[in-house]
Write a protein that binds this ligand. Structure first.
Ligand code: NAP
Length: 310
């Protein structure tokens, strides 16, 4: 965590997602090293990329690079955008059956015409390192062991880094998507927080937000959450990634929270980029090590168990 030096009225501390992600990557690497002699191989993550979306290509490259840097095996399936649903399902089923693969990630969004839900639900739950199958979602609701979605797990990790024990904190999650908002709400609930799940129909959202010790913004609207929506000292976890035109005509990334305003009121803020973003892959690596251990009926290695949410 670093103090923000400028602007002069800033009160918030910056939550350094890159440093936190490096720590989680290191935990995954340590866990992979512990497992390798017992498995007789390194844990393995398979990534499926369909089509040529440039952002997805960058995400997949980063996933491969960080998987290998953590001492794990990476398998890539790069498939054409015009692949049929049946052919794509055949690839996923083959990965399901491959004993050497511990985790399967299908990069979303899929090109138009492909049924994302069917593809995701075809992934074997014990290899569902993205935590998006119905079984993983059910386990999260039940508080049973299972794969937790990566971005929400990263959000909880960062809030704990800033505040320590989260018991009793009031949390407002803005956004109720399956990918981020809903699982984030359940994960904060599992940390004994009092959770409000806000969305586009929430009445007087600024007033709702002002009650929160922790705000998790997962909306996809640039700079929507203003400084006067925040309780002084609040912890702001900005999940949003929005590309906007910069002053010099170049595009830049901003979050869902007005960063310049937030740092004048909040106690802690995640920057965009460099906040929640890097945590997503880190939690994917941790989930892959956990999947490898559970599939072999071994305990999840301590360093990984320590960084994953309950
Ligand atoms: P999504 O599926 O589009 O969901 C957006 C949610 O925001 C919806 O629940 C929607 O409410 C709500 N919303 C929209 N306008 C609102 C408003 N004016 N006031 C309150 N709530 C409003 O988006 P998502 O997949 O959850 O992603 C959200 C953001 O997180 C995006 O910027 C995305 O790029 C980013 N993201 C980042 C990462 C990462 O690694 N850091 C990972 C995933 C996503 P309704 O349900 O009522 O429509």
């Amino acid at each position: 965590m670093t103090d923000i030096i400028t602007p002069s009225r800033a009160t918030a501390k910056l939550i350094d997602g890159k440093a936190a992600a490096a720590a989680v990557d290191a935990a995954a690497a340590a866990g992979a090293r512990q497992l390798e002699p017992r498995l007789g191989r390194a844990p393995c993550l398979a990534v499926v990329l369909v089509g040529e979306d440039p952002a997805s290509q960058v995400y997949v490259r980063n996933k491969v690079r960080r998987t290998e840097a953590a001492g794990m095996r990476s398998v890539e399936h790069i498939l054409p955008a015009d692949i049929s649903q049946a052919e794509l399902l055949t690839v996923v089923r083959a990965l399901n059956e491959d004993e050497g693969v511990d985790g399967i990630l299908v990069q979303l969004p899929l090109p138009k015409g492909l049924d994302e839900t069917e593809v995701v639900q075809t992934i074997r739950p014990d290899k569902d390192v993205d935590g998006l199958t119905a079984q993983s979602a059910g386990a999260l609701v039940l508080g049973a062991p299972g794969m937790r979605p990566c971005t929400p797990s990263g959000s909880v990790f960062l809030a704990k880094q800033a505040l320590g024990d989260l018991t009793g904190k009031s949390v407002v999650v803005i956004g109720r998507s399956i990918l981020v908002g809903k699982p984030a709400a359940l994960l904060f609930l599992a940390e004994n927080c009092t959770v409000t799940l806000a969305h586009s129909r929430t009445q007087d959202l600024p007033a709702v937000c002002r009650e929160a010790d922790i705000i998790v913004a997962a909306v996809g609207r640039p700079n929507m959450v203003k400084g006067d929506w925040l309780k002084p000292g609040a912890c702001v976890i900005d999940v949003g990634i929005n590309r906007v035109e910069g002053e010099n005509g170049k595009s830049r990334l901003v979050g869902d929270v007005d960063f310049e305003q937030a740092i004048e009121t909040a106690g802690f803020v995640t920057p965009v980029p460099g906040g929640v973003g890097p945590m997503t892959i880190a939690m994917l690596l941790a989930n892959t090590v956990a999947a490898a251990a559970r599939r072999a009926s071994l305990a999840v290695p301590g360093p990984v168990a320590d960084v994953l949410p309950g």
